[in-house]
Ligand binder design. Structure first.
Ligand SMILES: *Cc1c(COP(=O)(O)O)cnc(C)c1O
Length: 360
């Protein structure tokens, strides 16, 4: 067996321990004679798996009792529609556009009502987070929407926007469980799990109970009503069973590692190794305003597209995979999620140093 250092933005690296455990349990899950993939989602065994996953997530994130945890399908992208369908009582919502995912959510919301761009960093290719301390927020907005960590551009909110009392909805797909959060500050926190938690196919929605109701936009599909999913404890229909099982294992791994404070320390330490190198490099340069840098996604460029391509190819040959930047941005991007070991980042920086010596 030979594993590479995988810097993919998503689906992305998972803890080896988790993969090994899943492999051990593949044919016969704890004496029940079948794989988790093969069992009924209504069985007692599966009920324990999904309940434990929820309980562990609640513990890790310290989720207050008045929030529901939903394990859903459709990816983060389906929530771009589900959120306005469920929350747009006045048919008016505010969006802060800090990258492609926020923009997509903003555009989707326009199908259902008036979506207002409260702020944007499009003027500088989304390389920073706008000042959101005193935005002009109309009184009758149903919610304020942000994408908290911008996977493609590598920016992250260090302080949440001042919503002036409005409900905050946050897409945390690419920073989920990367550091502690105060859940009570949000109406909804949600994310696809394939960036920092588990395999593609699961989206986790953490939603304050008073936002769950039958009062949704006309035409909202049954499956997209939070009420349907909350009433059925995510088992209205067949959930993404195997994906949830793997997420559960990752939650246990995080607990064992010491929880979100430890994740944060590890992530800061890893990101520092890479950013410190970028800050003094003669060849490579980070593309994001320093104070807004993400701990998870680190874009960088040489300034020469051919050299970038050469770097990506040579890095791949050296066992450092998926470093090509997003197709809309170019350059490189290293995603260094929870499961990326420090050794992986050190190996990347060592390779960058060598490449710099050979190419400057
Ligand atoms: C990847 C990503 C998405 C899209 O997720 P899907 O599960 O593919 O729909 C949305 N938001 C952010 C921040 C992402 O990183």
């Amino acid at each position: 067996m030979s594993r590479v250092y995988n810097f993919s933005a998503g689906p992305a690296v998972l803890p080896e321990e988790v993969l090994r455990e899943a492999a051990d349990e593949m044919m016969d899950y704890r004496g029940c004679g079948m794989s988790v993939m093969e069992m009924s989602h209504r069985s007692k065994v599966y009920d324990t798996i999904i309940k434990e996953a929820e309980a562990d997530l609640r513990e890790i994130m310290n989720i207050p009792d008045n929030y529901k945890v939903l394990f859903l399908q459709g990816g983060a992208s389906q929530q771009f529609a589900a959120i306005p369908m469920n929350l747009m009582k006045n048919r008016k919502a505010g969006y802060i556009v800090t990258g492609q995912w926020a923009k997509k959510a903003f555009q989707e919301a326009k199908i259902y009502g008036e979506a207002i761009e409260l702020a944007s960093s499009a003027d500088e290719t989304f390389s920073y987070i706008p000042d959101c301390s005193d935005l002009d927020i109309p009184e009758d907005l149903d919610y304020v929407y942000i994408c908290e960590n911008n996977t493609i551009y590598g920016t992250k909110y260090k302080t949440l926007p001042n919503t002036k009392g409005h409900i905050l909805v946050s897409d945390v797909s690419s920073c989920f469980l990367s550091e502690p959060v105060d859940v009570s500050k949000y109406g909804i926190i949600y994310g696809g799990v394939q960036k920092n938690i588990g395999p593609a196919g699961v989206v986790i929605v953490i939603i304050r109970e008073d936002l769950i109701s039958e009062d949704v936009l006309p035409g909202t599909p049954t499956m997209l009503k939070y009420k349907t999913q909350a009433d059925a404890d995510s088992l209205y229909n067949t959930p993404p069973c195997y994906g949830i099982y793997i997420c559960g294992k990752v939650f246990k791994w995080i607990k064992k590692m010491g929880g979100l404070e430890v994740m944060k320390q590890r992530n800061e330490e890893k990101a520092k190794i890479l950013y410190d190198f970028l800050d003094q490099s003669k060849l490579f340069k980070g593309t994001v305003r320093k104070e807004d840098r993400s701990l998870m996604n680190v874009p960088f460029v040489t300034g020469d597209a051919d050299l970038d391509a050469k770097f990506v190819a040579e890095a791949k040959a050296a066992g450092l995979e998926n470093l090509k930047g997003h197709r809309t941005v170019g350059g490189m991007r290293a995603s260094i999620y929870n499961a990326m070991p420090k050794e992986g980042v050190e190996a990347l920086v060592a390779f960058m140093k060598k490449f710099e010596e050979e190419n400057v």
